[in-house]
Design a binder for this molecule. Structure first.
Ligand code: SAH
Ligand code: SF4
Ligand code: F3S
Length: 453
């Protein structure tokens, strides 16, 4: 395997310009960094202005219909742009994988590439420029591709926090979810390449690494007589780079093991935050969703987390208005939220995705207004709970990794505590990338306000 190279983008006006837009989850952000690395190797340089671009890559999400609607809107913008100057438009990612050649019908689109075909992008671009070859497509999914040997070129602004994808795809079949169809089967990346990439990030000044996968708890790498699970990977990473702070997402309630919790507790440089999507508080809904756990199992996992790490923050994802959801099921979700006291949540209204189990076997029968009303109740409740949870932080001292200058004021900085909570405080000589020791003095439902010590 080759050495990991420079991790920042090349900005060079003399090179052909590459403009990248990314939608969807953190994994897509990291994939765009892989694409940038591949295309830099072809001579392209990142440009931030699409009017200057020779090639536009739009990395898409298919998780909900509104995610796709945004992309269609962007394609219309690129269509207008193409009237002004010639530019190649590549649509990549999950929506590309889902819709395949249907996307080629859009006049703006030249190339369609799925999440496992990014190594083919240079060939697709070449074929396109060869006369008469027409539009290009590669949406073949792989059971092996992990881009392990490609060093992502980091596009974050601050150089403090970076992502490493430790696995790709998903082997679960949650009935509402399109991801297994757009990302293919689950595969774990060689742990040695993960650790090498982490070392390289540390050498380049990064302070925090976020290990990514749809279900990190099922990370499992086998080879050379070794079997490495997620707890073992976390332990090796934490020991190899004690000065780096590690985070990970997403955890799955059915798979998060006590071994992972014990490993988190044992290392100060593993952040005390778990993102544990519950989706619903009703066991009947969880069964229909094929989540493979029920309400009691989820609450037991929460109890275990709190027993092993009383200070650990817990966040979640919730879907409102899944097929056949009754008022009682909805109240079960609200009561579970109260019972757990989540520090934060991403909350969505159910959106039927063609081809999924739910689309094929259940009726999307909760009226739109009911979905919206339930979602609003969930959001309102979570805002109240988040505020209560944040108020409990007042008076506590914590170490905050500084990510940049606060949007509110030039003289204030912001960063994240181990809990992943955003914290704002007076700069007092601190700089981005440093740790500030602070005491929390106030809060909103979204932010902690602090003073430096
Ligand atoms: N792998 C993660 C989640 C990935 S998708 C997990 O298993 O938890 C992120 C979130 O989007 C999901 O947790 C779910 O809450 C939401 N989501 C997925 N499909 C959806 C759909 N069809 N409609 C609404 N929300 C959806
Ligand atoms: Fe989708 Fe379920 Fe896989 Fe998460 S675990 S990506 S929700 S199928
Ligand atoms: Fe969206 Fe694909 Fe991520 S559907 S949420 S970009 S895995």
């Amino acid at each position: 395997m080759k050495d990991f190279k420079s991790v920042r983008p090349i900005i060079d006006e003399k090179r052909p310009g590459l403009y990248i837009e990314t939608y969807g989850c953190q994994m897509n952000v990291n994939d765009s960094e892989v694409i940038l690395s591949i295309l830099e190797g072809q001579g392209y340089a990142l440009c931030e202005d699409m009017d200057r671009a020779d090639i536009i890559v739009i990395n898409t999400c298919a998780i909900r219909d509104n995610a796709e609607q945004r992309i269609w809107g962007r394609l219309d913008v690129f269509r207008q742009l193409k009237k002004k100057h010639p530019v190649t438009v590549c649509i990549v990612g999950c929506m590309a994988e889902r819709l395949k050649d249907k996307l080629l019908e859009h006049p703006a689109v030249d190339i369609v590439a799925g999440p496992d075909s990014y190594r083919e992008l240079p060939a697709l671009i070449r074929n396109l420029s060869e006369a008469g070859n027409g539009k290009q497509i590669n949406v073949i999914l792989s059971s092996e591709e992990t881009y392990a040997d490609i060093s992502p070129v980091r596009m974050d602004k601050n150089g403090v926090s970076a992502y490493i994808s430790i696995m790709r795809g998903c082997n679960n079949v949650c009935s509402y979810c399109v991801v297994p169809y757009t990302r293919g089967v689950e595969r774990s990346r060689d742990y040695r390449s993960i650790l090498r990439e982490a070392e390289e990030l540390a050498a380049n000044g990064y302070k925090e690494i976020n290990l990514l996968g749809q279900n990190v708890d099922s990370y499992l790498w086998k080879g050379d007589g070794q079997t490495i699970n997620f707890a073992a990977l976390l332990k090796m990473a934490a020991e190899l780079l004690p000065e780096i702070r590690f985070r990970f997402s997403t955890s799955h309630p059915k798979d998060i093991s006590n071994e992972v919790l014990d490993t988190m507790a044992a290392y100060d440089n593993i952040c005390k935050h778990i993102h544990l999507p519950v989706q619903s508080g009703s066991s009947r809904m969880l069964e229909l969703m094929r989540r493979k756990y029920d309400r009691e199992w989820y609450l037991e996992r929460i109890r275990k987390i709190r027993e092993i790490m009383p200070e650990c923050a817990i966040t979640t994802d919730i879907i409102a208005g899944f097929c056949t959801e009754t008022e009682e099921d909805h109240r079960d979700t609200l009561s579970l939220m109260e019972e757990v006291g989540f520090d934060g949540a991403f909350m969505f209204q159910y959106s039927e995705r063609p081809g999924t189990l739910a689309a094929r076997h259940y009726q999307d029968d909760v009226p739109e207004e009911t979905k919206t009303r339930r979602l609003n109740e969930i959001i309102q409740l979570q805002n109240r709970i988040s505020l209560e949870r944040n108020r409990k932080e007042i008076g506590k001292r914590m170490s905050v990794l500084i990510e940049g200058v606060s949007k509110r004021s030039e003289s204030e900085l912001f960063g994240r505590a181990s809990s992943n909570k955003v914290c704002v405080f007076p700069a007092n000589g601190y700089k981005t990338g440093e740790y500030a020791e602070v005491e929390v003095t106030g809060c909103t439902s979204a932010t902690l306000i602090a003073k430096t010590l």
